[in-house]
Design a binder for this molecule. Structure first.
Ligand code: ATP
Ligand code: MG
Length: 300
């Protein structure tokens, strides 16, 4: 499913609208004319390899980085003409956690509450319950530098949601975390989303995109090569896969139906083969290899 497909979010109730966004650093183009929308209430992901342009896109949408050209509208507010209104609706937990390591969690939270102009009188009633809700009570008086990666992330997310943003940007929220911490973070994202927050996250992890996201955009070299639900992406390359093992090599074909996949496997005769559902990793490999965008049956 290519970026001009019908499920790129355009025309629906969009909370983030990005049109022809380009970001250059000198001669280098990090984001190359991307257009997409994030729908209100969804969990949306940018899935892409190192250097794909995920962070640059998020930093530009959230007004940390200036665009070279293009347009970004947040909840109806253009970030160039209505910067403050747009900013009020955004929360961001950056890839490199931007908390003050020397301060305690409580001090960081208080600082962010001040930045968001939350009145001191509302600190106890509005701010502390958010920290409690994310399980931070036992860590409030600990210095951020003394926290594990998972708790640092939670503290950063707490700071990002104090002002109750409509859309929360999480850049690599689970990078470097152990399996248990990742699952805790996933549950946290689901809870925030169930509470009405739209979430836009970036990840390298296929299972994370598959487990959490309503729609996924695959990005590489600053361009979106596919966008849609996981099922739509699977459909776009062929939802069934036949893996044929020959020695140490595995040949892969995609198929439009289970019957077609089984018939193909049987036609191969006496070879070791496995018929399975196509997964997001298959989609990613096909698309980043430039294959299977049109033809549903291809070899890798
Ligand atoms: N301030 C900058 N100056 C020059 N080049 C930059 C700058 N910021 C990013 N880049 C380059 O832009 C490209 C995209 O970087 P970006 O950080 O957006 O990628 P990413 O998809 O977030 O990667 P990762 O998965 O490693 O976080 C990279 O080649 C990076 O080196
Ligand atoms: Mg990044």
């Amino acid at each position: 499913m290519t970026s001009d497909c019908s499920n790129d979010g355009m025309g629906k109730d969009s909370i983030v609208e990005v049109s022809d966004l380009t970001v250059r650093f000198g001669d280098f183009t990090a984001v190359d004319g991307v257009s997409f929308n994030v729908r209100r209430g969804e969990v949306f992901a940018f899935l892409g390899p190192n250097g794909a342009g995920k962070t640059t896109t998020i930093r530009t949408i959230t007004t940390i980085q200036r665009a070279t050209s293009g347009r970004v509208v947040i909840d109806g507010f253009d970030i160039d003409t209505h910067r403050l209104e747009a900013r009020r609706r955004i929360g961001i937990a950056q890839q490199h956690i931007s908390l003050d390591n020397e301060l305690t969690v409580a001090q960081n939270i208080r600082h962010h509450a001040m930045l968001h102009k939350i009145p001191r009188s509302e600190y106890r009633t509005r701010v502390l319950p958010i920290a409690s809700g994310l399980g931070l009570d036992p860590y409030m008086s600990r210095r951020v530098s003394d926290l594990s990666g998972g708790w640092k992330r939670r503290a950063a997310i707490t700071c990002a949601i104090l002002h109750e943003p409509s859309v929360l940007f999480l850049d690599e929220p689970t990078a470097g975390l152990d399996t248990q911490s990742r699952h805790i973070l996933w549950d946290l994202v689901r809870d925030l989303n169930a509470g009405g927050t739209t979430v836009f996250l970036t990840t390298h992890y296929m299972d994370e995109a598959e487990a959490l996201c309503d729609r996924v955009a695959i990005i590489s070299s600053g361009r979106i090569s596919a966008i849609g639900t996981v099922d739509e992406l699977r459909e776009s390359v062929g939802p069934y896969t036949v893996e044929v093992t020959e020695g140490s090599k595995v040949a892969v074909t995609r198929h439009p139906t289970l019957e077609d996949a089984r018939a193909y496997a049987e036609s191969l005769g006496d070879v070791l083969c496995n018929v399975r559902l196509t997964n997001l990793e298959d989609v990613f490999l096909d698309i980043s290899g430039g294959k299977c965008l049109v033809d549903h049956r291809c070899h890798r």
